[in-house]
Design a protein around this ligand. Sequence first.
Ligand SMILES: [Zn+2]
Length: 117
Amino acid sequence: MTVDDLLADDEEGENWNRANILLDSVEQLELIGPTVPPNDLLVRLFHEERPRVFDTQPVTFGCTCSEDRVRQSLSIYSARDIEKMTTDKGLVTADCQFCGAHYEMDPKSVGQGSDGG
Ligand SMILES: [Zn+2]
C-alpha cells in the first residue's frame, strides 16, 4: 500500500485518520529538523505504506495581485458602496492579505460605472 492508496478510496475517512494519528506521533521539532532528515521521518512514520518521495522543487514567493485585479474585484460595487469604502483622505484602499501589497485608488475610478482607471 502506498500513501496515495492510503488516502484514496477513503470512504469513512479512516485512512486519513490513520495518517493523522501517525503524524501526531511526531514532535514539532522533528518536523523542522535537522535531527531527523525528512526522508527518515517519512520512513519511520509510513514505512508500512511504502512512501514515495518526489524530487525537491524550488519554492519561490509570489503573488498574483495587481491594481487591475483589485479594480476588477471592486467593479461589482455601486458608487454608493464605493463611497462607504472611501477613506477620510478621499481614497479607496485595499491591502492584499497574501503579500501585504497596499493599493490606493481614486474612488471615481473604481466600482460600477467607472471608466476603469
Ligand atoms: Zn498580493
